[in-house]
Each structure stands twice: as structure tokens, then as C-alpha cells.
Design a protein around this ligand. Sequence first.
Ligand SMILES: Nc1ncnc2c1ncn2[C@@H]1O[C@H](COP(=O)(O)OP(=O)(O)O)[C@@H](O)[C@H]1O
Ligand SMILES: [Mg+2]
Length: 285
Amino acid sequence: MPEERKPEVTLVGGLANRGQVVRIGDTVRRPQRPTSPATHALLLHLDDVGFTGAPRFLGVDEQGREVLSFVPGTAITPPYPAWALTDEALASVAALLRDYHRAVATFDPTPHVWSPSPPPAFAGELVSHNDPNLDNVVFRDGRAVALIDFDLASPGSRVWDVACAARLWAPLRPARYIDDTRRARAVARLRLFADSYGLADRDRVRLVSAVLQNHDWCYDAVGIAAAHGHAAFAEYLAGGAMERAHETRQWYLTNADVLQEALMRHPRRPRRLIGLASGDGDLHT
Ligand SMILES: Nc1ncnc2c1ncn2[C@@H]1O[C@H](COP(=O)(O)OP(=O)(O)O)[C@@H](O)[C@H]1O
Ligand SMILES: [Mg+2]
């Protein structure tokens, strides 16, 4: 059957394009944005250099939607499957992010108009994904195999993506906001993420600051979109997200030293680190 006559199946996952992302056969159709030409150039580059951890850009359909390859597998959406919350799964996300950064390092973003960049201290190194949330990673056989949804990609940095991913995947937030096997393992999983990625020392020393700024950047973006009438983001905020965000922000400030210590390759207080690696019950939750 020609692709155009196959049924459209709505794909669920994120909030930004809720209800507007569909699968037709082996393709995905998504609304375009003013910055889509930049994103398409990025996806074409990734394909050119042989990076398989992203959808391929296939064109624009008669409705003006971008056409991407459908990546077989499972994106992580609630209720989260247990296999997506394991340390092995976390390490595979870090490895995928590292591979993406290697592939994108040779891409020149300067001819294009991009989505907003991260704060200047975290911009200009390479085009970061900027949204490595759980529902933007496709898994197969328990391992992360592809990043999807490059809408927010822009000239950013490795550490900015690592901060965002660690924040969401560890996850880094008060234990009372984690009700699965990841509870009380935030610090150990932060260290595991940095190690699995192979984070350089110069980025380890600024990762905790990046986490805090990334948290603020993301919530600012959601707040601005909601204020401009984005229904899904407005519902998200109305559901208590802002209160959780304020408490999480305070948690970062209170625990910054503990998080930083855990990231150092040669911690000054190794016995304390060993204690933390088995749980973060002594964190201020
Ligand atoms: N190329 C793709 N391959 C496989 N699944 C996809 C692809 N693009 C999107 N999806 C699925 O659709 C969901 C929503 O798509 P996404 O582009 O992330 O929307 P949003 O911009 O709203 O976050 C994803 O979480 C994933 O489950
Ligand atoms: Mg998404």
C-alpha cells in the first residue's frame, strides 16, 4: 500500500506536540517550527556521518509536516517499565548521548537559525539535543538506541545535555518525588551517568551548576509556552509541577556539595562517597 494511504496512528509521549505526532507506515509526521530547517540539516548530518541513533529526515509531506523515519523500539512513557529504570538502562542513555556528541561535533551550525541556546556559559561548543527526557529516548532490548525529538536542539554543549539527562534520568530531585526503584539512588546514578558518558574533568566541576541552570531554563520555557496558551504545558503546571520544581531547586542548592563531591574522580572524603554510593539517605530530602 502507498505510504499516504496507510492509516495515521497518533504517537504519545511528550507535551510540546501532544496529539500532533503520528506514525504512517515506517514514517513519523510532526508539525514544523520556524527552526525546523536547522533541525533537518542536523539530522541530515547525523545520517551522513553514519550515526544511527536518530531518526532520518525524509522530507516534508503535502500537509507541510516533517517526515522522519520511525525508529523501531519503545520510548519511555508512564507507567515506566522496570527495565527502563535500571542502572544498565541509565548507562546506555549516557553512552548514546556521548555517541551523539561525537557524531555532531563535526557539524557546523552557523548557517542556520536555531531554537534558543542555553546560557552563554553552556553554549557554542556543539549542537546539543537539549531535551533528553525519558520520552525522547527509544530503547530496544533494554538499551537506549536512539534520541528523537530534536526540536530544541541548538548550539549548546556536552555538559548541558549531560546535566539535563542526569537530572531527568537519575533522577535528581527529592526522594519523596521518586516512587520506584530509583529512590534514594540519585547520587550514585549521577556518578554512574557521568562515568558512563566519560565526562571530562573540566565538565565535572561545572555539572552541578549546569543542572541547576538547566532546571531553571526548562521550567522557564514551559512557563513561557503556557503563558502563550500552550494547553498541555498549562495543564502540566496546574497539576503541581511548579511546587515540585521549587522544592527540587531548593534540593539542588542544599545538596550541591554532596552532588559535586560524588562527581570527583578522587573525592577528598572517599569513605563518605562509599556511603553515598549505596544510597543517599543522608541527603536533605
Ligand atoms: N522517529 C520516531 N520514531 C519512533 N517513535 C517516535 C518518533 N518520533 C516520535 N515518536 C514517538 O512519539 C512520541 C511523541 O513524539 P515527540 O516528537 O517526542 O513529541 P513532542 O514534541 O510532543 O515531545 C515519542 O515520545 C515517541 O513515543
Ligand atoms: Mg518529545
